[in-house]
Design a protein around this ligand. Structure first.
Ligand SMILES: C[S@@+](CC[C@H](N)C(=O)[O-])C[C@H]1O[C@@H](n2cnc3c(N)ncnc32)[C@H](O)[C@@H]1O
Length: 265
């Protein structure tokens, strides 16, 4: 008997850990996974694991609440240039914590492709916008898109403290929705996750992303620090999934991350 998607959604949302999750997202994951299992209990376990992997795995415990608290306490004076404070926030999300030892070089690389007048869209942003004090200059507009509702609300509190009305965060499931147009799109350590969520999504998103420049990055060591041939694997992955209209303008390994800058012809 096929797994009942309605019942799956209800069971996921009735568990405390997933109760505050966006219902549309839960429904999307349940619908995707219900077709892969015969038993309700197996589909339920797989759905919870997938939702956990998507974002809760990155938040270090109560990282979002701690970051909220730090931002409230800090106030807005000189926030956009306070690198020591930025480091405290970046340490609270596993992905940016991993980037911290090379944050200056990473932001110098990104900053070289982002002009003063550019609109940036940061897809699956996590806590990456907290690195803005490390950029050589700020762009004109910054749109952070995240699947995690607590991260969206946290980033909006940060942008309000920065007093940048053109900087904002929105909830967006990049596995099914294409983000709004921008001059520069950031896809930092996101494509492997999207590919896990929906096979073929990485290529589809690259094909349809409305941006002149795209910066993609991949983790080339695991969260526990091992490497396991990840650089070669992700180089091949990107280069073989690159749509014709995009060319590689730069490629650089920085710390535990491999960056590509892509440009639309
Ligand atoms: C590996 S982290 C990368 C975060 C950030 N880009 C960085 O490089 O530091 C992936 C982030 O993508 C978010 N995410 C996962 N699946 C997503 C999806 N389908 N749509 C949008 N965001 C997603 C997670 O919540 C998490 O914060």
């Amino acid at each position: 008997m096929p797994v009942d998607v309605q019942r799956l959604v209800a069971d996921v949302l009735s568990s405390k850990k997933y109760a505050s999750m966006d219902e549309a997202l839960v429904r999307r994951v349940c619908a995707d996974l219900s077709t892969r299992y015969d038993k309700h209990s197996d589909a339920l376990r797989a759905t919870k694991t997938a939702l956990h992997r998507m974002h809760q795995a990155f938040l270090r415990g109560d990282g979002a609440q701690r970051a909220h608290h730090l931002i409230r306490e800090r106030g807005s004076h000189n926030l956009s240039t306070d690198r020591a404070f930025a480091r405290q926030l970046l340490a609270l999300h596993a992905s940016t914590a991993e980037r911290l030892p090379t944050i200056e070089s990473a932001c110098a690389f990104l900053g070289a492709f982002i002009g003063f007048t550019d609109r940036v869209v940061d897809i699956g942003s996590g806590f990456a916008p907290f690195a803005l004090p490390f950029y050589p200059h700020l762009p004109a507009a910054y749109l952070a898109c995240e699947i995690s509702a607590p991260i969206v609300s946290l980033l909006n509190a940060y942008f309000a403290a920065l007093d940048k009305p053109a900087f904002t965060a929105i909830p967006l499931d990049a596995a099914v929705t294409t983000p709004p147009p921008a001059d520069v799109a950031l896809l930092l350590k996101l494509l492997p996750l999207l590919e896990q969520q929906r096979k073929g999504r990485a290529r589809d998103l690259l094909k349809t992303l409305p941006a002149q420049r795209i910066i993609v990055s991949f983790p080339v060591t695991t969260l526990s620090g091992r490497s396991k041939g990840m650089e070669a694997f992700y180089s091949t992955f990107l280069e073989s999934n690159l749509p014709d209209y995009l060319t590689i303008t730069a490629r650089q390994r920085i710390g535990s991350e491999l960056f590509y800058a892509l440009s639309a012809q």
